[in-house]
Design a protein around this ligand. Structure first.
Ligand SMILES: *Cc1c(COP(=O)(O)O)cnc(C)c1O
Ligand SMILES: [Zn+2]
Length: 413
């Protein structure tokens, strides 16, 4: 915690000097932001010292993270995911410069690993033996995996609609899993009551101020991988809002510490059937709950847990709010796969679907440079992969049958 100076409430501005691993929200209920001594960071860490690091994980940014100096990094390798120059996808979209940050390559295959790795360190600092969360799926599977590797027990609450691939991950990682017959909102409330009752370490998004600090490492990586030259826009999908808030915090920290000169604008992408935060941004009214009506389960969040930070991030960046249909999400899964060989889950490619939509709507100039974050891997949700891409050709094991199958499907090799 060498560079941490305290925390500040994003709602009322109250400052806290003494943080513990169990620090949660402000007395007013507002969510806390961790603050750093940026002058000291600027003095001790440089692009050059980072370039010399042999730690190819999120922990290469340890000075920028709120963990004790002697806390060991957890065992799984999280972060330093590839940033691909996506010329073929850019060409298909009619965009000049596009990069894909593939965070589906994390150990449990989503960006959530960045937050879970940090949660595991804080749980150990707190002396906890068990850690709990509720989740639409990925926060849970990533917590279960990262905690298993570190020898911590996990209690996980998921809504009954969570895809089987994610629940399978939980079971394999040995979590105590409760599938709640209800919405994500119901699931969250039950986990909250259980955490209060049994005193487990709380990895619920938004409540725990350390998690978005883990998530911000994706922004630090994008900046370093682009040699500190910022793109015009960074696009990603939004559910609770913690990820986009974390991304913005990462860029702001780098800016404050003098690593980057320009802040990118954010493109917040939600599903048409569940877009409470984008609706607030588009209409300039306070956010209100919405039904959870989308196949992109990871962002089917009708009551976002981090609305203040998320709305502030998009507004402060002079960003865009773009909604996409489920059909556009499935089309983006195919397009990313075919042009770049990247397989994202529905919420994973929603950012890219939003880039396409923003171009079509004329909100985004074809000359802009954009980084689109793929937040989760498609193998977590095979059913929607098949829905997006269809079934294979069928043939008996003979050349004749193969020729018939090719002819029937219009394939001419
Ligand atoms: C959690 C998640 C998101 C959205 O993150 P929030 O913090 O809920 O806004 C997007 N994509 C994937 C794959 C996720 O797991
Ligand atoms: Zn407050």
């Amino acid at each position: 915690m060498r560079y941490v100076t305290g925390a500040k409430c994003v709602k009322c501005g109250r400052e806290y000097e003494h943080l513990t691993p169990n620090t949660t929200v402000c007395a007013c209920g507002g969510i806390l932001d961790i603050c750093y001594d940026y002058a000291a960071l600027r003095r001790d860490v440089t692009p050059k010292s980072l370039a010399e690091s042999r730690d190819f994980s999120m922990w290469r940014y340890r000075p920028f993270l709120p963990v004790e100096a002697d806390s060991p990094a957890p065992p799984l390798r999280v972060g330093w995911s590839p940033l691909y120059r996506a010329d073929r996808l850019a060409h298909a979209l009619g965009l000049r410069t596009l990069y894909i940050k593939d965070d589906g390559q994390n150990p449990t295959a989503s960006l959530k690993d960045r937050a879970s790795a940090l949660a595991v360190v804080k749980a150990r600092e707190a002396g906890a033996e068990a850690i709990a969360c509720s989740s639409t799926g990925n926060a849970a599977s990533s917590l279960a995996g990262n905690a298993a590797a570190a020898g911590l027990r996990t209690y996980i609450f998921v809504p009954a609609r969570a895809p089987k691939g994610k629940v399978a991950q939980l079971m394999i990682f040995g979590a105590a899993v409760v599938s709640v017959d209800g919405t994500y909102e119901d699931t969250f409330e039950l986990s909250k009551a259980a955490i209060e009752r049994w005193g487990w370490y709380n990895r619920n998004a938004a409540i725990n101020p350390y998690l978005s600090e883990g998530k911000k490492t994706v922004a630090l990586e994008i900046a370093e991988q682009l040699n500190w030259q910022m793109p015009d826009y960074v696009a990603l999908s939004v559910g609770d809002g913690c990820t986009i808030a974390g991304v913005w915090k990462g860029f702001c920290d780098l800016h404050a510490a003098g690593f980057i000169e320009k802040l990118p604008r954010l493109i917040a992408v939600q599903a048409e059937g569940c877009c409470p935060l984008n609706r607030a941004l588009q209409t300039g009214t306070p956010w209100a709950p919405m039904a959870e009506n989308t196949l992109a389960d990871s962002i089917a969040v009708g009551v976002p847990r981090n609305p203040d930070k998320a709305l502030n991030a998009v507004r402060a960046s002079q960003g865009l709010a773009v909604n996409v249909s489920d059909g556009e999400i499935l089309a983006a899964m195919r397009l990313l796969g075919r042009t770049q060989g990247v397989f994202g889950e529905p919420a994973g490619v929603t950012g890219a679907a939003g880039v396409k939509k923003a171009l079509e709507l004329g909100l985004l100039s074809p000359d802009a440079s954009v980084v689109s974050i793929v937040t989760g891997n498609g193998l977590k949700d095979v059913a929607h992969g098949i829905e997006a891409a269809g079934e294979p050709m069928r043939a008996a094991p003979s050349m004749e049958a193969l020729l018939d199958a090719f002819a029937a499907c219009g394939v001419s090799p």
